[in-house]
Design a protein around this ligand. Structure first.
Ligand SMILES: Nc1ncnc2c1ncn2[C@@H]1O[C@H](COP(=O)(O)OP(=O)(O)OP(=O)(O)O)[C@@H](O)[C@H]1O
Length: 837
């Protein structure tokens, strides 16, 4: 493959400029040519956006008669049009970013003519597909089958491409083009010459052939960070594209070293699945699980910039509606709670609420003594369990059966005739509400909530000892905590498991039943009307789509809102990032949310934080019920139909090129954790290297190693120096710098205080709305930096981090895109020792 200077006109082929002046003229001509197409694309976008906004305004202004149907219809239209407006607004930036010039044969095969495509010989690639009012192609959606050549064509396999062009735009103006000649033979053997394309900065590890659109890629990688991840749709590389476009069924593990684009690829895969399986996913949505709220904020713009909005993003802490798990606990405690042993322990815990008394119990009802016999309780329990219902719901047949027996006793004791159903019901109700009866029956089958039961486990050591003999005394000790403590992230999967085993409690159940009856009424009325309607939404929306929008819940909520509020919602696809951190119980909770087991699992075993790293993905994912082992969780009904069982096929992909971290830093990170005996299973090749990108200060034996004031002074001057360097690269105030500490809370607070004594640094640390990503200088613990990236990282005391968690040290060292500065108050760890000042 060759890089060519841009050529003009219809014939793809290199033009050899005679002088610098004519080269500039050729460049201008190319920019003008592309500007015309870009103008056309934006005009089309504006036209569609205008239409959608008008429809939304008209819908919202509509008078409704007050019936469920008309309100439902109006709301569903409003949801549809506002979704459409958001999608179209989302793709404004860099709407068109590429062009493919095809061979004559490929053009003939592709067919379809428009003023832009010239009989299929040329296609413009953009973040959404656009057609003009005569339904002719203006922009080809980057996800369309034909667009694969844009990402995957090489000189060895040109895929019908003669030339690939990257088009760079600012706002709506074309500011540059970069060409790659793919198929020289298609030009009659004439070869182009190399442009600069930024290729001089590529590391020796990578061949030119390994990268597509190298200039555009390096430009994207070199841009200063702004605290939000950007989409990579213009520069997706071939190995990434194959992952992005692989089918959605089964469990796909996307693994690879730091900065290889795992997160970016997973998000683009979601956008691709929305395109290729729109109907299914529009109905069920996609769940994105990330390691922290900061991480979710970091990636939140990527999907909207690709026009997709139907994604629910959450951390495991916030997975359950109505539960906010904000407590913290040692990593060992979290690891213990993640083990699959809890499936049995929790079953036992629920079973322990179902007790047979050790002798007959006397119950007084309105002056009459009745006797509850253990044999009766046993019989009632057996029948209730046979119902297969969760504990709280199975309580109903249990109680009913006992009440019938007690009613018979009461009738016999008082000589009343209970052959009349009304009399019988009246007596039964008297017994049900009698205090003695309530207490005794509750003792035999105690209704409870998941949080109530979990709290008992953590606060009653004896109970836990009885229920969890498979844990050691030390392990059980780690789980103990005072009553009223905040829930933790590791509690959430256990609560979810308990919610399955217990079912809703009576109060919640009655409330839920009322809501469901209302929703059902709305759905039936609305769907009937929608199906009868003519010309629904000017052909933009079908009656079926509208009916689906209201299925199950109120029509005024978006799908994401409905899904988020419903614990039993089942998604069409689930993406889990930093997946190496999840324990078996978390996987079971996620498996429940996607019965079709369509998962993208993203992670790097070397970046694991906890005490016992999983040896393989098969082991890590056993709780998900992949074909490698583990049985799927108990089923229950969900929105996509019945939950299924059986094992899901597991596929694994490895990404190998690092687009973030310069080669020197990457090599140092691998050497440091390698010396700690912490394996990095995936060899990573960095796209680029930068001079002076790694700097280590060995402060051992200096005053700052002993004295807090001196340390604070060293910190301030190091961070100021790095901030000045960042100014010189990214312009004053540009880019992002993170100071990464070994520990959270106390240590980060101390560092913030030390830095804040310098007014300029205090200002740089200001985080509007408490959003650390918006601060130019952020201070955070290594574990919190997971998944994030910064232009510059100042890492403090790597030895302490190494002792606590080598995986976190690896994470911290690989966050920078430009430079890593390490301040060591002890001797620098092996692997960094040759690099100090
Ligand atoms: N094809 C690409 N073109 C441009 N930038 C890319 C490309 N692939 C990845 N990147 C950039 O590389 C950086 C790292 O990507 P990402 O965060 O997805 O990597 P990761 O493998 O998830 O990293 P980690 O495991 O360290 O969290 C991001 O800035 C991303 O935008």
């Amino acid at each position: 493959m060759s890089h060519t200077p841009p050529s003009s006109g219809d014939q793809p082929g290199p033009r050899q400029p005679a002088s610098a002046e004519s080269a500039e003229a050729a460049r201008r001509r190319e920019l003008d040519t592309e500007q015309q197409v870009v103008d056309l694309a934006y005009a089309e976008l504006d036209r569609q956006l205008d239409r959608a906004r008008r429809s939304l305004a008209e819908t919202e202004a509509q008078e409704v008669s007050g019936t469920h149907q008309s309100r439902g219809e109006r709301d569903a239209y409003a949801v549809h049009y506002s979704g459409l407006v958001s999608s179209l607004e989302g793709v404004e930036s860099r709407l068109v970013f590429g062009r493919m010039d095809m061979t004559a044969q490929a053009a003939q095969a592709a067919g379809g003519s428009s003023p832009v495509t010239r009989g299929g010989a040329r296609h413009y690639i953009g973040r959404t597909g656009l057609q003009d009012s005569a339904h002719r192609e203006v922009v080809l959606d980057w996800r369309a089958p034909l667009a694969r050549a844009f990402y995957q064509a090489t000189a060895r396999d040109p895929m019908g491409l003669v030339r690939r062009r990257h088009i760079d735009t600012r706002d709506r103006t074309v500011v540059g083009v970069e060409d790659e000649l793919i198929d020289v033979t298609a030009l009659g053997g004439k070869d182009g010459h190399q442009d600069d394309g930024g290729s001089g900065r590529r590391t020796h590890d990578l061949q030119e052939e390994d990268l597509q659109g190298e200039g555009a890629l390096i430009a994207a990688m070199s841009a200063a960070r702004d605290g939000r991840m950007g989409d990579i749709v213009a520069t997706i590389q071939a190995e990434q594209d194959r992952v992005v476009t692989s089918g959605g069924r089964g469990v796909l593990v996307v693994q690879g070293g730091p900065g290889t684009g795992k997160t970016a690829v997973a998000l683009h895969r979601v956008a691709y699945l929305f395109y290729s399986e729109r109907e299914r996913l529009e109905r069920s949505g996609v769940l994105l699980v990330g390691p922290s709220p900061t991480f979710l904020r970091y990636v939140e713009q990527v999907l909207p910039s690709l026009g997709e909005t139907g994604v629910v993003s959450t951390t495991m802490s916030d997975l359950l509606p109505g539960v906010r798990a904000r407590g913290t606990e040692p990593a060992q405690a979290a690891e213990i709670k993640g083990r699959s042993a809890w499936v049995e322990i929790l079953r036992r815990a629920v079973r322990s609420l179902q007790r047979v008394p050790d002798g007959p119990r006397t119950i007084r009802v309105e002056g009459t003594s009745l006797v509850l016999e253990p044999s009766q309780v046993r019989e009632a329990a057996t029948r209730a369990r046979r119902s297969g219902k969760p504990h709280n719901q199975a309580r109903e047949p249990f109680v009913l059966w006992l009440l019938e027996r007690l009613t018979d006793q009461y009738a016999a004791a008082t000589g009343q005739d209970v052959s009349d159903p009304d009399t019988r019901a009246w007596i039964r109700e008297d017994i049900r509400t009698a205090r003695d009866a309530r207490r005794e029956i509750n003792l035999c089958w105690m209704p409870t909530t998941p949080t109530g039961l979990l709290e008992r486990l953590w606060t009653r050591p004896q109970l836990l000892e009885t229920l969890a003999p498979e844990l050691t005394a030390t392990e059980r000790g780690l789980l103990r905590r005072p009553a009223g403590s905040a829930l933790t992230a590791a509690d959430v999967p256990l609560l979810d498991e308990l919610a399955e085993l217990l079912g809703p409690s009576e109060d919640a159940q009655a409330h839920q039943a009322r809501l469901e009856a209302q929703r059902h009424e709305q759905l039936v009325a609305y769907a009937a009307q929608a199906i009868e309607s003519q010309e629904l939404g000017n052909g933009m929306v079908s009656a079926q789509m509208l009916a689906q929008r209201v299925q199950g819940t109120g029509p005024s909520l978006t799908l994401a809102e409905r899904a988020r509020a419903d614990r039993s919602w089942t998604y069409g696809h689930v993406v889990v990032d930093e997946a190496q951190e999840l324990g078996a119980m978390a996987w079971r909770a996620l498996a429940r949310r996607c019965p079709v087991r369509s998962f993208t699992v993203v992670g790097d075993l070397a970046q694991y934080s906890g005490p016992h790293a999983p040896a393989s993905w098969q082991e890590a994912l056993a709780g998900l019920g992949t074909s490698a082992g583990g049985s799927p969780p108990r089923g229950s009904r969900g929105h996509s139909g019945k939950r299924t069982s059986g094992s899901a096929p597991l596929r694994q992909e490895v990404l190998s090129v690092c687009y973030r971290t310069p080669a020197t830093i990457m090599a140092a990170a691998e050497a440091v954790v390698g010396a700690l005996g912490h394996p990095t299973p995936y060899p990573v090749r960095s796209v680029r290297d930068l001079p002076d990108c790694l700097h280590v200060d060995d402060l051992s034996g200096t005053r700052s190693a002993q004295d807090d004031q001196a340390w604070a002074q060293v910190l301030r001057s190091a961070v100021s120096e790095e901030r000045d360097l960042l100014d010189s690269w990214a312009g004053p105030g540009g880019g992002r710098l993170a100071v990464i500490t070994a520990e959270a809370d106390q240590e980060t607070d101390q560092v913030v205080q030390a830095l804040a004594q310098d007014p300029a640094l205090a200002q740089a640390m200001e985080a509007p709305g408490g959003d650390v990503l918006r601060a130019r200088v952020a201070v955070m613990a290594a574990a919190a930096a997971k998944g994030l990236e910064f232009d510059v990282v100042v890492l403090l005391d790597p030895d302490r981090l190494a002792a606590a968690s080598p995986g976190d040290l690896y994470v911290a060292m690989t966050r920078p895109t430009r430079r890593l500065r390490v301040l060591c108050r002890s001797t620098p760890p092996q692997g960094l020792d040759g690099r100090h000042r």
